[in-house]
Design a protein around this ligand. Structure first.
Ligand code: NI
Length: 272
């Protein structure tokens, strides 16, 4: 694959992800417009996905289309309380977004939740991971019942979300570094709040620090009405928007990783 066709594939990958994301996260398009007008160079810092540690969609299989697009594994992260493992991926071209891919350690869940997840993943064809379109396949299994969703959500909010929304962008992230103004994260948050959007305040709205080389904040997820497998509609949290500012490390290069303590709280942007 030539560099030009690789870059075009990456661009169209993110365009498809964005269309799918704003469909269930209408606030994201409004928030993007708050900044896009003054900042034609507005860039995505990263996009994040959630999955189960089950084949055919465990990270080791699901990452293959990303590697084909030129991404490489950068650093592993672990979240003991949330029972998650994750990888940060860096792009072939630094102008492209980073990717954060996490998976739920299902063996650590209770028997009932494991059985529900078994019934979801057994509906998958192995060929699902053959192309990058897997990341906007949405829910690749039948909609769970409200009862099954509640069982999962009680044990793991992440599992509940994943059972309903499946494989798609869980959030996009505005790169504060790409903005002319506001140039700092506090200014970005102030503008988002002034426009009437609520921020995730768990552990403080502004997470991380210049010393940690990464500062982050996120909105609270939008809420949408979903019809569950047993036919009943319920309003639940869909996706959220994140904002990140990166700082150069001692070597003078911009920090490329993630800060586990901050990411841990950002996961809670889809909590009730
Ligand atoms: Ni993120």
């Amino acid at each position: 694959m030539s560099e030009r066709s690789r870059a075009e594939r990456v661009a169209s990958f993110f365009e498809g992800l964005w269309r799918d994301y704003v469909e269930i996260t209408p606030s994201a398009e409004q928030i993007r417009l708050l900044f896009a007008t003054d900042n034609p160079s507005l860039a995505n810092d990263h996009v994040a996905f959630r999955t189960f540690d089950r084949e055919p969609i465990a990270i080791q299989s699901l990452e293959r289309p990303l590697l084909d697009l030129g991404y490489r594994r950068f650093e592993a992260y672990h979240f003991a309380d949330k029972k998650l493992d994750a990888w940060g991926y860096v792009p072939a071209d630094p102008a492209e977004p980073r990717i954060f891919l996490s998976e739920l350690r299902t063996p650590e869940l209770g028997r009932e939740s494991r059985a529900i997840i078994d019934r979801l993943v057994e509906q998958l064809e192995p060929a699902i991971v053959e192309s990058e379109s897997v990341f906007r396949s949405g829910r690749p299994w039948a909609m769970p019942s409200w009862e099954d969703y509640c069982t999962l959500r009680t044990e793991s909010e992440y599992a509940g979300w994943l059972s309903v929304f499946g494989l798609r962008a869980n959030h996009f992230t505005i790169s504060v570094n790409s903005l002319r103004e506001p140039a700092d994260l506090a200014g970005v948050v102030a503008r988002v709040e002034q426009a009437g959007h609520r921020m995730n305040a768990v552990g403080g709205v502004l997470k991380g620090s210049p010393q940690a080389l990464l500062e982050q904040a996120s909105t609270l997820a939008d809420r949408i009405v979903v019809r569950f497998g047993d036919g009943d509609p319920h309003e639940i949290a869909s996706c959220y928007y994140e904002f990140a500012k990166r700082y150069p490390g001692p070597d003078g290069r911009l920090f490329q990783g993630f800060v586990a303590a901050s990411a841990d709280r950002i996961f809670e942007s889809t909590d009730v």
